[in-house]
Design a protein around this ligand. Sequence first.
Ligand SMILES: *[C@@H]1O[C@H](CO)[C@@H](O)[C@H](O)[C@H]1NC(C)=O
Ligand SMILES: *[C@H]1O[C@H](CO)[C@@H](O)[C@H](O)[C@H]1NC(C)=O
Length: 796
Amino acid sequence: METPLAKTLQKRQVTFLVIVLLWWEADAEAIKYSMPEETESGSFVGNLEKDLGLGLGELATRGAKIHYKGNKQLLELDLKSGNLLLYETLDRESLCGATEPCILHFQLLLENPVQFILLELQLQDINDHSPEFLEREMLLKIPESIQPGTAFPLKVAQDSDIGSNAVQDYTILPNSLFRVLTHDRGDGRKYPELVLDRVLDREEEKEHSLTLLALDGGTPPRSGTITVRIEVLDINDNAPEFSQSLYEVRVLESSPLGSLIVPVSARDLDGGIYGTVSYALFQGDEATQPFVIEEATGEIRLKRMLDFETIPYYNVEIVATDGGGLSGKCIVAVEVVDVNDNAPELTMSTLTSPTPENAPETVVAVFSVSDPDSGDNGRMICSIQDDLPFLLKPTFTNFYMLVTNSPLDREARAEYNVTITVTDLGSPRLKTEHTIRVLVSDVNDNAPTFTQTSYTLFVRENNSPGLHLGTVSATDRDAGTNAQVTYSLLPPRDPHLPLASLVAIHADRGHLFALRALDFEALRAFEVRVGAADAGSPALSSEALVRVEVLDDNDHAPLVLYPPPPNGSAPCPELVPRAAEAGYLVSKVVAVDGDAGQNAWLSYQLLKATEPGLFRVWAHNGEVRTARPLSERDAAQHRLLVLVQDNGEPALSASVTLHVLLVDGFSQPYVARPEGARDQAQADGLTVYLVIALASVSSLFLCSVLLFVAVRLCGRRSAAAECRYPVPEGYFPGHLAGSSNTATLSHSYQYEICLSGDSGTSDFKFLKPIIPNLPPPSTSKEMDNNATFRKGFEIN
Ligand SMILES: *[C@@H]1O[C@H](CO)[C@@H](O)[C@H](O)[C@H]1NC(C)=O
Ligand SMILES: *[C@H]1O[C@H](CO)[C@@H](O)[C@H](O)[C@H]1NC(C)=O
């Protein structure tokens, strides 16, 4: 460093040297001129004649010449006037460069006498050059966060001028970060330095551009510029920073694998590797995390399916690290949103099946429902079909009872399939169906029912014992033993009916059997009460009436009541007056038949006569009448053989012989002759019989009429079909048609009663043989009770 003392010494030496030179030059008589550079050519420098003290024109005469080294002509001498002029414009910088002072040495040569005179022209500097940088731009690389006050060298500007016209100062355009210091090198040259005022931040501004200005000391000063580019070099001074410290996301639990949960991003203001951020999950237990994060992009994706029902919330810590090892953290709060992904579940606790019928409100099943979803997704509705006699009753939370709504009837419906539907309220709705089978158990609430309330069975008489008469049948709507029907015979209404010996019933099948051969003539019909009982407890039963009707067989031959069969003594002849007209009623053959219906319809015919053609027998009533008037020639005694035949199949018959005596007039002896006092005794008893018989016959007749009317009304059609026997119209008007099962006896009596009214003959004659002493039936039958005959033969 130069001290001020040294400077002073230096200046003194220079001054001393100048003084010496001036002295020498003065000694050598050098003529000195001075002028600024760049003066125009032809400018006046000085007048040599005057300055040399020469006379006018002497220069011309002495042939004065200016000589400059290298024969270069810089000055021009006007010989006439002696004026020294600039031949050309002189540039100090090209003639002297940096030499100071810039003195040009000329020689003036004079002849006659030869004389050398030194001329000196000193060129004075003018500020005709600007400071100039060699480059237009310079680059500085400065690491950020370098300490303030640090200086950086800058390029130096050149200036051809010298002295104060050279570069004197450097400055930069106003800038808060930097300033420029101008230093002196010690030789008068200046150099600049850039000094940092504040800490640089690359993240704030990566690059700065400054303009450096070099100023010279001229008046006015001239300047030159250079652009200084400052690049701020990065250091890892910033940690990665997340844009949010907490990310809150809601994710559907049904999100598919790999779906993007949220992209997190951290910013690192540093550049290069210091600004390159990589992401990772902070927690170590990767196994439990359903998330992965992409290291480079920070996208969090799903690795495993979420399940709201297991874990509804996650707090995921994410760390971002830059290349320099600095890191930042954030938290991602993941809320799992429930999706209706679970159907309701139904758990059956108890099920009572079968359920008894006829019971009041009964609990059939108890079950619980559940749905792991939350909110509406987990709220449930239970229902069953509408048309069932069941109800759902909620009990505790999510517990339900299935109860019967009304008593069940197994006979109406024995089985129900109850479908319980559980639906949640999510969207879409999920449902579960559970079908339970409810069986209804039987209670003995139905009695057996007969297929008919009454049965009518027909059996032909003289049947074989053990004959199957028919079957009754009853059904029971219950099930099992409650429907096992057992048949039995109930005590008959008529206490005298020997039921135990008549019929039997098969307890299981309801078959009715005859126990013995039946006799129509003894018992035409009887009624049996049949019971059916089930095996329930208590047992229920019902009964039906079975009417057994015995059908007639032609097992009785006609029995002739009148005339009585011959009995040892002389037969009793019919008396006919010779004066009788044709058609005179001689007698009437009276016969009965024990059978009924056709089997009892009798027809009469004359089989043999002593004199054929004299008598006729009416086929239907057995009347014997004269066929023509009698004459004197006719024999007095006649025998007529009359055949009585029933209409059975095959027909049975009987014959009787009638004795006829023609008389000339009724004479008392004939009337009284055969039975005198002997009959009188019988007559008393007979009167009693007669009264009884009349009463019986009347009531029988009445009954017959009533029965006829009833049967006519009820069964006209079927009865008409049965009446195959040709009956003359109006004879038994309608009677036979309706009384197929009525014996002929009643007709006979009816007839006789009428007859006795208009015939003048004695009733006793007719009625006497009526007291029937019936022979036993041709087929011997055991009648344990003669009461069976009462209907038909009341008079006995
Ligand atoms: C109930 O379901 C069963 C089988 O699931 C079926 O056999 C039966 O017929 C059904 N009963 C009714 C009354 O539908
Ligand atoms: C017929 O004979 C029986 C005995 O066989 C007798 O009792 C009855 O009196 C007789 N009748 C007549 C009318 O002779």
